[in-house]
Design a protein around this ligand. Structure first.
Ligand code: UDP
Length: 342
């Protein structure tokens, strides 16, 4: 059973990936310091994987603690690196926090990979690297645009750091995965999105309004040049996204990579507007949300969605769920997650 280190394995996408890896015969271990995840999340994960999750409560900016993980696990075959701060508005307010964490922990993990002979690496990148591109859908060859915020810049810089690392270490193989808009949760409702910090993402805001944790919400901008004036995004179900990581691990372990640093977009390739997502939530869950139409939010791009041809063909990955599945599973999770904070 190949051992995979999931850095950030108790966070939102990391936890779903640990479960998907286990479902496909991998031995996933995690390193997570719970800076933006609940300690109890390990219970939900352990329940789904049928054994206690092995998690190292380590801040990966601490090189000595990080090194110990590699020393104790000389059989790690690949690392999936999720551990990062992820909130756009927070990154604008506190850029140092983002550069310090997202770059230092990446450098430390890469250094350990080199020192402990781990040759396979998967990086959580983002469609934010494309900036406000006019070229839609975006392909992996669409050039980087101006980063809209420090968070996006840490992803651009992270990708460049890994490219340089691959050039310097020709036996090292990386896959860069550019996520579009991950949402939804595991169908069991045993795990899901549960950040510690204030969430700013659309789908969990819909569920927070529905359950009454927020009185109302605002649709940010209805005068964009899109079919209903609200922004267009490519919402990808977190379980489909998680499975793409399993596919990427298999791709590297079977030596199917075309270069030492391959890049893939992970979306479903369909743009959905903010109002369409909101209406889908109301319809699928038979609920009414209290919302108003408001001003544009600073830093938002009007529309972005993926060309997914490469990930479908090369990774053999086919997303199976759509916006209806996303809003249903997100709402199921919201109604089931109180135990996390009890
Ligand atoms: N959005 C919104 N109201 C909210 C939160 C988000 O209208 O309370 C919109 C946001 O302006 C963007 C889309 O939903 O157009 C997706 O935003 P999110 O923060 O989820 O992801 P992003 O695309 O910014 O990474």
């Amino acid at each position: 059973m190949s051992k995979i280190l999931v850095a950030g394995g108790c966070g939102y996408i990391g936890s779903h990936t640990v479960v998907d890896l286990t479902d496909h015969g991998f031995n996933a271990i995690s390193a997570d310091d719970f800076s933006n995840s609940h300690r109890k999340m390990t219970e939900g994960i352990s329940n789904l994987i049928g054994k206690p999750l092995k998690n190292y409560d380590v801040n990966l900016c601490d090189i000595e603690a990080t090194e110990k993980i590699f020393q104790e696990n000389p059989d790690i075959e690949a690392v999936i690196h999720f551990a990062a701060h992820i909130y756009v508005p927070e990154s604008v307010e506190d850029p140092i926090k983002y550069y310090r964490n997202n770059l230092n922990n990446l450098l430390n993990v890469l250094e350990c990979c080199m020192k402990y002979n781990v040759k396979n690496f998967i990086f959580s990148s983002s469609c934010a690297v494309y900036g406000n591109t006019k070229q839609l859908p975006v392909t992996e060859d669409t050039p980087f645009g101006d980063a809209e915020c420090p968070y996006a810049r840490t992803k651009q810089m992270g990708e460049q750091i890994i490219r340089d690392f691959c050039i310097a270490n020709p036996n090292f193989n990386a896959v860069l995965l550019r996520y579009f808009n991950p949402a939804g949760s595991h169908e069991s409702s045993k795990i899901g999105e549960a950040p510690i910090l204030e969430n700013t993402h659309l789908v969990p805001i819909l569920t927070e309004v529905a359950i009454g944790h927020r009185k109302n919400m605002t649709v940010f901008g209805t005068d964009y040049d899109t079919r209903d004036g609200s922004c267009v995004r490519d919402f990808i179900h977190v379980m489909d996204l998680a499975h793409a990581h399993t596919k990427a691990v298999e791709y590297l372990l079977h030596g199917k990579n075309e270069t030492t640093c391959d890049v893939f977009n992970l979306g479903i390739g369909n743009g959905v507007t903010v109002l369409e997502a909101l209406n889908a939530f109301e319809k699928v869950n038979d609920l009414k949300l209290n919302y108003s139409l408001g001003e544009r939010r600073t830093g938002d791009v009007a529309a972005i969605y993926a060309d997914t041809k490469r990930s479908r063909e090369k990774l053999g990955w086919t997303p199976k769920r759509d916006i209806n599945d996303i809003v249903k599973s997100a709402w199921d999770w919201e109604q089931n997650k109180a135990w996390l904070t009890e």
